[in-house]
Design a protein around this ligand. Structure first.
Ligand code: BGP
Length: 458
């Protein structure tokens, strides 16, 4: 049997915009997802927008009971910035009441809440001023973070500033899948830098409040780069990809400095962002207590052919390639490669002074899951159980070799809404029937997870 360390966190993750719903009616002002859906509903799978999602706003009490039912001892979601501070300044008391009740319900069931502050949900009023493109957003975020710590710091002890900060950068400023859907490499770097400074300022606010037993971290998406060959060109492409995609946030968050190599790459390509004189000190003085790693897929990388110099886009620095032996989750188009989780565990041990970390997301999204429903209405998602087992085996190996991992959270607890993909791919332990008041039915993986959590291993 593979046993995990004592007090290991077993749980799942979601976010406010993907699970709560009631965004426009209760939040009083919109975030970019509400607004984008209003402007361009045709971009969203089957016209599925963010207004109801999985209705956790109304169903949180039952939702928390279900967490307990499958043996979870922890849960990560986020606070909605727009719900808490509709105009960025004034506290929405309804939001305070809702979040306090939600967190208290978790604590009553022995579920540790891990609360994240930003999960791609920029308030619309701030987006209209430029969002992360403008330095002003850093201080707005710091104020929001401080407010959240003050309001909920007695109930929530583990905090995260951002979920996958590289994703709103890439999707919003390179790939077109988040608002404002621009394509501008230099602007993307500036947006990333302002996000980093917003993270650092939030950590600073957290330290000032000295919340009893409080810890703060950041949640990053990690797709380790594996080069096509050991040629100097492919190895260079790997180095650049890891610097841009992973070390860009991990180094400053944990080691207190932006990597020199990254600065070099940006300088060579005339991509250096505007910085302020005090920033270096701020970054240095505000390292995190822990890191969450969202792992789904590796990144297969090769040297670019005929790149532009200076680079106009990341494809001028590195290209992806198809690894001939790859195994795919065809629904999501993501490679399945559990071995990378061991590599992540070793990276944390060796490069990041073995800082406490956890797997904050890992999971398998499958479309049309009703195909796997048995006569009792239960989805037989053995593919998901196999996926988790394989990843847990690699994680276990990393922990045995000394990596300081304190938990494993899946994406997600009950099926949730996913940005432009709506409800197409399902990830949850519970099926959510969106046609039928979001009624939940447990899947086979939910029963499996219960056993896993109760045995602290498998
Ligand atoms: C992560 C995000 C989540 C979630 C998940 C699944 O990157 O943090 O918000 O959506 O991926 O991916 P998707 O919903 O795109 O299938």
């Amino acid at each position: 049997m593979k046993k995990f360390p004592e007090n290991f966190l077993w749980g799942a993750a979601t976010s406010a915009p993907q699970s709560e719903g009631a965004a426009l009616s209760y939040g009083k002002t919109a975030n970019t997802w509400d607004k984008w859906f209003e402007l361009n509903p045709e971009l969203f799978n089957a016209n599925q927008g963010p207004s109801i999602t999985s209705d956790v706003y109304h169903q949180y009490q039952d939702e928390v009971k279900r967490m307990k039912e499958i043996g979870m001892n922890s849960y990560r979601t986020s606070i909605s910035w727009t719900r808490l501070l509709p105009d960025g300044k004034t506290l929405n008391q309804e939001a305070v009441v809702f979040y306090r009740a939600y967190f208290q319900a978790m604590l009553d069931e022995g579920i540790e809440p891990i609360m994240n502050l930003f999960h791609f949900d920029m308030p619309w009023w701030l987006m209209e001023k430029g969002g992360w493109e403008v330095r002003e957003s850093v201080e707005h975020f710091a104020f929001y973070a401080k407010t959240a710590f003050e309001q909920f710091g007695d109930l929530v002890k583990k905090w995260a500033t951002f979920n996958e900060p590289m994703v709103h950068v890439e999707c919003g400023y390179l790939h077109g899948c988040h608002y404002p859907a621009k394509d501008d490499f230099k602007l993307a770097v500036q947006v990333a830098y302002h996000t980093l400074m917003a993270h650092v300022r939030a950590v600073e606010e957290f330290r000032k409040l000295a919340i009893k037993d409080g810890q703060i971290g950041i949640i990053l998406n990690v797709s380790p780069a594996y080069p096509r060959s050991n040629s100097p060109e492919d190895l260079k492409a790997k180095e650049i990809a890891d610097n841009l995609n992973i070390f860009s946030f991990l180094d400053p968050a944990v080691l207190g400095a932006v990597p020199e190599k990254l600065k070099e790459i940006l300088a060579e390509n005339q991509l250096l962002p505007f910085v302020e004189a005090k920033d270096k000190e701020l970054i240095k003085n505000n390292p995190v207590d822990f890191v969450g790693m969202n792992y789904y897929q590796p990144f297969r990388v090769k040297a670019p052919e005929n790149p532009m110099k200076p680079a106009k886009s990341p494809v001028d620095l590195f290209n992806s390639y198809i690894w001939p032996k790859r195994r795919m989750n065809e629904y999501r188009g993501w490679e399945i490669y559990p071995e990378a989780l061991y590599d992540v565990a070793m990276l944390m041990k060796e490069k990041y002074h073995n800082i406490p970390w956890y797997v904050s997301e890992n999971g398998m999204g499958v479309a049309e899951e009703e195909r796997f429903m048995d006569e009792n209405g239960i989805i037989q998602d053995d593919y998901r159980i196999d996926f988790m087992k394989e990843h847990l085996e690699q994680l276990h190996k990393g922990i045995k070799e000394g990596s300081n991992c304190f938990g494993y959270h899946t994406w997600t607890f009950s099926d949730c809404w996913s940005w432009l993909n709506g409800y197409r791919n399902r990830y949850g332990f519970y099926r959510v029937d969106i046609e039928n008041d979001c009624k939940r039915v447990i899947k086979k993986s939910g029963y499996w997870y219960k056993e896993l959590a109760e045995n602290n291993g498998f």
